[in-house]
Design a protein around this ligand. Sequence first.
Ligand code: IFM
Length: 468
Amino acid sequence: MTTVDPLKALKNFPEGFVWGVATSSFQIEGAAAEDGKGPSIWDTFCRVPGAIADASNGNSACDHYRLWESDLDLIEYLGVDAYRFSVSWPRVRPSGSGAWNEKGLRFYENLVDGLIKRGIKPYLTLNHWDLPDALQQQGGWAHRDTVHHFVEYAQGVMARLGDRVTAVTTHNEPWVMATLGHESGIFAPGIQSRATALQVAHHLLLSHGLALQALRADGVRSKLGIVLNLSPMFPASAAPEDIEKTRYEDGRLLRWYVDPLFRGAYPSDVLARLGEDVPAVAAGDMEAIKTPMDFLGVNYYSRSVISASGSWDTKTGGLDVTDMGWEIYPEGLTELLVRLHSEYKLPPVYITENGAAFKDQVEDGRVHDKQRTDYIARHISAMVEAVKLGVPMAGYMVWSLLDNFEWACGYEKRFGIIHVDYQTQTRTLKDSALWYRGFLHQLKHDKAKAGTVHQVPMIKPQPELMGS
Ligand code: IFM
């Protein structure tokens, strides 16, 4: 089992390195139609027969809309520096444009104030996929008007919260919204068209750049950036067609986003393969997309192995897999970060998501999720390697604080370091949460002696913090 020596690790961390936990609005809040919230594309998508593995929806989720204060107590108990959460656009502006919903804005204002009161830095994401359904009826992200609605939404939210929020992410994982939402159609809004997906990706990037410009013009002082889901890609074999497909997929996942953000251009090898699917780009768009960012967020879970025939059996790789079927490959995190650092001029980088789903069980009030603890520890080690190799790392956040609605998998997959009983809404800290707490505690406070984190004495769960 890989371990992290926190004191050695500490030496390698830049001043002000931020440790956190992450969630998103649709996955935890519930209260889907309460206090004036409008429907999002995910509320609609959940009604499509067969779209969600367990036929569930986000109506109740983790009931965080009501339980937010005790959830913040849990975050405080973990001893993290930061909490990454997202604002539900249809909760604060139900139709996407037009009237604002004061109750929705107040919810996030209370959340932010509650974090600050507990000494936790708010890291706010504006778009973690839950587009107002009213905007989808007008074409959604495929329509250029949505770009301008997003900029207005960003300005409205930040006019209210910008004086208190440490960092703002415009979009979480644009590749997922574009490709899974509009090309394979397995995510909301369930469209299947490569041309639409590429136009959506362009509009997401454009709205990111324009929002940064507008927020800076408004005097917002929070750090501004975007979050990308990235993974290193390997050809399944040395066959030329596998190598060529890998280059294309790498272009679609990584270079399609990172090149415009840092170089102001889409990758020419990908453009050359798109034929009529090349998106419409107006004069000035690429300059706007290249607007300098204060940080880049990277979500890392696994590697990808690409075969031209489309299928690759993870058993061939010989690596352990998570309950999502994703290979556990921490080295890929180091490889990815080092590659980004050598090919692009990076701002400070956060791992904004990293974690794993496993089949957890509550036994006598405990969840012994050794595999998740190991997963997290090994990925922190991999990040430490990247720090040593000069990558400008600024933070690390575990996905996720709570078990939650895992999109098309519904509630069947559990990513939380805190277990959620969806019948009673009881929270139980898993061993991984206690480990993370112990790790952070030792990292920050135990100056006496170095040792592996697995020697940190287990902290007893505190029942009063764990729901009833
Ligand atoms: O749950 C998701 C999250 O919403 C975005 N990144 C990946 C996670 C795990 O699939």
